[in-house]
Each structure stands twice: as C-alpha cells, then as structure tokens.
Ligand binder design. Structure first.
Ligand code: CO
Length: 170
C-alpha cells in the first residue's frame, strides 16, 4: 500500500522517533508499505516519520534497478570516516535540493526484519542515504545541515511548502 508522504511543515518531521521494541506483523507490513511508497515516488531512501510513524525504521535502495532494498530497524552509526559534498534532496521537501557535507563512509548497525543484528557498510551515496534517513529519526532534515546563506536562499520555497502542508495540499 502506498502511504501519504509527510511534507516539510508537518511537526512529525521534527520529532525524535521511538525505538522499535518488537518486530511483529505490523512492523513488517509497515516496512513493505514504506518500500512501495519510496519506489513510487522514485526516492533512494525513506524513514518512518516521513509516512507519519514515529518509529526508528529506515529503508534505502540506491541501485538503479531498485532491486537492492535494505531495511534497518533501530539503526545506529557505529563508524564514520572521510568527508564528501554532494547535492541532496528529500521526498518530504519536494523541489528543494542543496549541497550537504557528509562522511564518505559509514558503518551502520541495526536489526533486519527478522530481528537479526546486522552491520552494513555504506560508501558514497549509500553513506549519504543512511545518514540522511537516520537524521529523520532524530528530527533532522538535510536543510538543517546547510549553511545559513543557502538556507536564506531557500526561505521562500520552504515557506511555500509549509503553507501547502498546513492546508493539506501538496
Ligand atoms: Co529525507
């Protein structure tokens, strides 16, 4: 099932999400719906708060064929190195992009959908995607990581997104 995306201005995007305590049927179906929603909207990652659920679940698929889905529950960054600048966007900030500095390599630890502890290495775009999605679980958007000048440039567009979010129009 495709779920409705929460857009900038929605307060859930500023909230810290709660850890998942039990991976039950509900969580599995939520993860499946998140994937469907991400693919339909042509995203490379999605975090649960973006579809209105304040739980620590992220998915990413950075492959061009969309055949390498990674689902992580309660993800944590356990290692990071390097630095890289690249343009970033977000399904919750349609039409907006900016350059963001991120570590070029990360190791993320979390649970898979079977509840098994897994460690995933991400480099380049994967590193960026993991960190972007984990930020969502902590109420952080990529525009919170850009310089003041760029943020000022985007002020008008952000204001407009907020206005539309308030009205429930996208
Ligand atoms: Co995002």
């Amino acid at each position: 099932m495709v779920l409705e995306l929460r857009i900038y201005g929605d307060s859930i995007l500023k909230r810290s999400s709660l850890p998942v305590t039990k991976i039950d049927k509900e969580i599995k179906s939520l993860a499946a719906n998140m994937a469907e929603t991400m693919y339909l909207n042509k995203g490379v990652g999605l975090a649960a708060p973006q579809i209105g659920v304040s739980k620590r679940i992220i998915i990413i698929d950075i492959s061009k064929e969309y055949n390498s889905l990674i689902t992580l529950i309660n993800p944590e960054v356990i290692y990071k190195e390097g630095e890289e600048v690249a343009e970033e966007g977000c399904l919750s900030l349609p039409g907006i992009s900016a350059e963001v500095v991120r570590p070029s390599k990360v190791v993320i630890k979390g649970l898979d959908l079977k509840g098994k502890v897994v460690e995933v290495v991400g480099e380049g775009l994967a590193s960026r995607a993991f960190l972007h999605e984990i930020d969502h679980l902590n109420g952080i958007l990529f525009i919170d990581r850009i310089n003041k000048e760029k943020r000022r440039e985007l002020r008008k567009e952000l204001k407009e997104l907020k206005r539309l979010a308030k009205k429930g129009i996208r």
